[in-house]
Design a protein around this ligand. Sequence first.
Ligand SMILES: [Zn+2]
Length: 148
Amino acid sequence: MNHRKYQEWISAYFDGELTPEQKTELEQHLQECPECRSEFEEVQRFESLMAKVSLPQPSKEVWTMYWTSVYNRLERKIGWLLLSLGSIILLFFGAYNLVEELIKDPHLPLLVKIGILSFLGGVVVLLVSFLRERLFLRKRERYKEVEQ
Ligand SMILES: [Zn+2]
């Protein structure tokens, strides 16, 4: 049997240079001949390794997807920021009006006034702390993006 011919065909096989008849003949021979089969498997391993090493450049679609996802994340962050900011403004405004009315109201017991004021103070402090945490997380996320 002509093993040299088949071993030459093996590299041609991976280069896609064999005719369908040659391919069939080679495959048949590989089933019968362990020596050529191991040669074939070695070339196959090498070829798949090379395919992994020389990965194709990211296509245009991949880049588009990447930028779309960056834009989406940015959009969500801005949404969160506006939401937090808006709720703080509304809360301060509402609290201010409430406090003004509370102080003017002579019928409300002092203890209730103090209770409501401290409740509102607590809400404001928690909200500010929440917002600070969100801003902090945003910064950390940005660092993560740089690291990637
Ligand atoms: Zn052989």
